[in-house]
Design a binder for this molecule. Structure first.
Ligand code: SF4
Length: 680
């Protein structure tokens, strides 16, 4: 055994957006385990295998412990002084030669709020560009855009702990059992309490087996399905006319568009038998209250933002928003992807979703930061790679992300990085992207620093330092502060709480936040003043953040790449229970032991035709790349479908996925691409 801990430090889990709290058990300055902390508001004693066993990556011998500078193609150890001097000089040189917009940064949904705030401030105030983005771009950016357009606020409307009390749950494009396990547990709790569950998913996920209605739709046909449900609801008179009249606008335009989505037409597009569609519509619309839960099966499509707005349409049509146990509830992916958006690590907004194009907002930040700010919306992440290849972007600063492994069409992303003049990568491990860097800066992990994460129900919670930074690593916020000082823009923060105070003073929706106030239970935004108790659910009584909720008229749009004779299968990617991102969980011995390699799901009919047996190695190839994995022959996927995760160094699935995405937010269409499959 590892013995008794010397101390326990309550903190927030660094993996998924549920935001469980638990105690890090510390002995002799080392993290030796995780135990429940019953004061945790979100999860109580619950955690999942990732939170419980996955944090051993913190002490992996592979951790980066000192800055590295590439000299003659090889990384050489360097002092902080030397590394930061070099970066400051190169950034200044590039800014002076090509202008501020020749630089860009990738901020991080893995880092604390304060680090995201300081990163976007660094890019905007010191470099002078709005070229800052992060991995929300590749997951829930359509949620932020779609829910903001429909409701005026791009976040989960309700709270995680309402789930067990829900009477009807409509789960679409999400597999919480594996990707958000504590929410999965709460949905199962609702079922034990007598709730009715509708699932729409192309795969037989665990909850599909427990659902009253499971609609196994073809990937990329969500809009048709939702429009079909809405048409049935309208024809049957199950809609909420009062809510529509008093709380929404543009209903008629939407109603016109859905007219053609007869159950037969919808069955043609989605493959869902019409009796199931009608049953789902009836259950959802006739419940006193019904709650929608979704995740990346909705957002990661070329029509991701439209998919999100379709769900908002459905909720408004039936008055299922603005009250307890209802709403539209995106389960955010990364631990702090809500927070990194909130903090303005996006090319179009400062913290608190204040637009860079809004003169009054810009002037406020100019005054506070003492500089002139750019009014030009910055580059989204996929555009950064294009701009680099086109010779317009010359330098990048990548914090806490590994785009070559996580973004669609890895080949193109790699090419983007290769074209840069200067690349700085700041991370806790060496990454694929890091291998191309000119300078590597070693960062501290979540266990080694203070700060806050914001979970998917908008709860800002404390992250607490439990051990000293490993080796010579430093918290990201200190690195950015020191770099800023080197570049001649003074930053004097001595603790992340000071960064939160500055952020709160400039962001009306977060004005009530402080480390003191979030200490015990966190606070759910909006929290507009220091007395405000936080907001359990949004749009109370149909009073939307934007005034009236907006119906959107949306038509079905097929995926960008459909199967053909050469690439006859449709690949979908997603998460599994035992893993998380490569740069943290990928270094957890415990998690790797549970499930050591990639398993690609394939239907038995297809496997038989291709002479593939369960556990055989197969090669999956798209127009962009190729990977190998072991076959998992299962009826859980549709014939013609392949399902893979993206959790393994030995099987980098994003070599295969698509480089194009949602027309509004550019979120890659990870859920559909055409591939061929061969026995290896
Ligand atoms: Fe961590 Fe998410 Fe698991 Fe909770 S459900 S322990 S936040 S990975």
């Amino acid at each position: 055994g590892v013995g008794k801990p010397d101390k326990k430090v309550k903190t927030t889990c660094p993996f998924c957006g549920v935001g469980c709290n638990y105690d890090l058990n510390i002995k002799d300055g080392k993290l030796i385990g995780v135990t429940s902390n019953l004061t945790s508001v979100v999860n109580g004693r619950l955690t999942c295998v990732k939170g419980r066993f996955g944090t051993d990556y913190v002490h992996s011998p592979e951790r980066l412990t000192t800055p590295l500078i590439k000299k003659n193609g090889k990384f050489v150890e360097a002092s902080w002084e030397e590394a930061l001097d070099l970066i400051a000089t190169k950034f200044k040189e590039i800014k002076d030669t090509y202008g501020s917009d020749a630089l860009a940064a990738v901020s991080s949904a893995r880092c604390v709020n304060e680090e995201n705030y300081i990163m976007q401030k660094f890019m905007r105030a010191v470099i002078g560009t709005n070229n800052v983005d992060h991995c929300a771009r590749i997951c829930h950016a359509p949620t932020v855009a779609g829910l903001a357009a429909s409701f005026g606020s791009g976040a989960m409307t309700n709270s995680i702990n309402e789930a067990p009390q829900c009477k009807v749950i409509f789960l679409i494009g999400g597999n919480p059992t594996e990707a958000h396990p504590v929410i999965g547990a709460k949905i199962r709790q609702a079922l034990r309490n007598g709730a009715t569950l509708i699932v729409a998913d192309p795969r037989r996920i665990e909850l599909a087996g427990k659902a009253h209605v499971w609609m196994q739709l073809r990937p990329g046909t969500d809009i048709a399905l939702i429009n079909g449900m809405m048409r049935i609801i309208l024809k049957a008179g199950w809609h909420d006319q009062n809510f529509i009249n008093s709380c929404t606008t543009d209903f008629d335009k939407m109603a016109d568009v859905i007219e053609k989505y007869t159950p037969e037409y919808v069955e043609d597009i989605t493959g869902v038998p019409k009796h199931l569609l009608m049953e789902a519509a009836r259950i959802y619309a006739t419940a006193e209250r019904a709650s929608i839960f979704y995740t990346l099966g909705i957002t990661e499509h070329i029509c991701g933002t439209d998919n999100v707005m379709s769900l908002a349409n459905l909720a408004m049509l039936t008055g299922n928003v603005g009250k307890l146990y209802s709403g539209v509830n995106p389960m955010r992916g990364q631990n702090n992807v809500q927070g990194s958006c909130d903090m303005g690590a996006l090319p179009n907004v400062y913290s608190g979703y204040q637009a860079v194009t809004n003169a009054a907002a810009r002037e406020k930040f100019e005054k506070a930061w003492g500089v002139k700010l750019s009014d030009k919306v910055g580059l989204m992440m996929p555009d950064m790679f294009d701009a680099s290849i086109a010779g317009k972007l010359k330098a990048m600063y990548v914090m806490g992300e590994d785009p070559i492994r996580s973004d669609g069409d890895a080949h193109h992303v790699r090419k983007g990085f290769e074209h840069l003049e200067f690349l700085v990568v700041q991370n806790i491990f060496m990454t694929e992207t890091g291998k191309l860097a000119d300078v590597i800066l070693p960062a501290a992990s979540f266990a080694e620093k203070d700060g806050s994460f914001t979970n998917c129900e908008r709860r800002v919670q404390r992250v607490r330092q439990a051990i000293e930074p490993i080796g010579n690593s430093r918290p990201d916020w200190q690195i950015i502060r020191d770099l800023s000082n080197k570049m001649g823009y003074p930053m004097s923060y001595s603790h992340p709480s000071e960064i939160m105070d500055e952020m709160a003073s400039l962001s009306p929706m977060f004005a009530g936040l402080s480390f003191e106030r979030i200490d015990e239970k966190g606070l759910q935004w909006p929290v507009p003043d220091k007395e405000h108790p936080g907001s359990q659910y949004l749009h109370v009584d149909g009073k939307f953040a934007c005034g009236l909720g907006v119906f959107k008229a949306i038509d079905h749009q097929p995926p960008a790449e459909l199967p053909d004779a050469e690439y006859p299968f449709m690949l979908t990617t997603g998460r599994i229970l035992y893993h998380y991102c490569l740069t943290t969980a990928g270094y957890s011995k415990h998690l790797t032991e549970y499930r050591p390699e990639e398993r690609a799901m394939i239907h038995p009919d297809d496997a038989k035709r291709l002479n593939i047996a369960d556990q055989d190695y197969i090669t999956v190839t798209s127009r962009r790349g190729t990977v190998q994995a072991r076959a998992w022959v299962t009826t859980d996927v549709l014939p013609g479908g392949i399902w893979m995760s993206f959790h393994y160094h030995a099987c980098p699935t994003n070599e295969v996925t698509m480089g194009c995405g949602d027309k509004v937010t550019k979120t890659y269409e990870y859920k559909v691409c055409a591939v061929k499959v061969e026995k290896t």
